[in-house]
Write a new protein. Structure first.
Length: 266
């Protein structure tokens, strides 16, 4: 079992579901984003998904896109980001960091180098939503060599055969997108472009994934209410809070963000 999956399994002995919070590195400044990560760790979140910003974040909704664009007004580099995240990881051993970005900036940094440096900084998982697994053999090999996990995404409209393949290859955890589309909207919303797809309830969707996945399951996209978190208990291992947390932070700073986490998870 991978380091990431082992951590999740051990934590799950203590909690019905784990919390993963999303932070855009460099938003609204590097210093403020690092301070926010440390505060989240102090408050006991189990994971932080740190997004290294990219100018065209295709999986993200308006709140995260705006944060990425604001962050990119500064000069950011992947090496500095990894080093700073490593210091936070060292200071908060009861939580874990996974790094999320897009292929363009990570490819320019070097995927082999990325896996090596992430492992050195105790970043145990990498999420690259625009890198298809069929084109990821070198990346997968680099992750395996450094004992970290590439995290794959599935959605409600992933074809069954592909869903089974991705679930079967998942190791650290499988990122289960709660609905098709971009981040930010509630899972209760039914977008018109989804109407043509066969609608499957979230419970049925997660049960289908569980038939194929031996790795833990994280669920994200559109989680905003306590009832949604409670619905996941017993069906998933991690609830991922992204746009809702960023919206709260934008409205009321760290205190508003912490209040949302406590309202949803405690």
């Amino acid at each position: 079992m991978s380091q990431l999956a082992t951590f999740i399994e051990e934590k799950r002995q203590q909690k019905p579901i784990l919390s993963m919070t999303h932070v855009v590195y460099g938003y609204p400044s590097v210093e403020e984003s690092l301070s926010w990560m440390e505060r989240l760790m102090q408050e006991g979140v189990d994971f932080i998904e740190v997004q290294f910003p990219f100018s065209d974040p295709v999986a993200d909704g308006p709140s995260i896109v705006a944060a990425c664009h604001k962050a990119l007004e500064q000069k950011l580099d992947v090496e500095t980001c990894l080093s700073q995240l490593g210091k936070i990881a060292k200071n908060f051993p009861d939580s874990r960091i996974v790094l999320m970005s897009y292929l363009n900036p990570m490819y320019r940094f070097g995927l082999d180098k990325l896996a090596k440096r992430a492992a050195e900084e105790n970043i145990l998982g990498l999420i690259l939503p625009d890198l298809p697994i069929e084109q990821a053999a070198t990346y997968q090999a680099a992750c395996k060599a450094n004992n970290i996990d590439p995290v794959w995404l599935v959605t409600p409209v992933t074809p069954p055969d592909r869903l089974a393949m991705l679930a079967g290859q998942a190791s650290g955890f499988l990122y289960c997108v709660a609905r098709s589309g971009v981040t930010g909207h509630s899972v209760h919303e039914n977008k018109s472009h989804e109407g043509k797809a066969k609608q499957t309830s979230l419970d049925d969707y997660l049960a289908q994934i569980k038939q194929h996945a031996s790795a833990p399951m994280g669920v994200g996209f559109g989680l905003r209410e306590r009832a949604q978190i409670e619905q996941l208990i017993g069906k998933a291992d991690i609830a991922i809070l992204g746009s809702a947390l960023l919206d709260a932070y934008n409205k009321g700073g760290q205190e508003a963000g912490i209040k949302l986490i406590k309202d949803l998870f405690h």
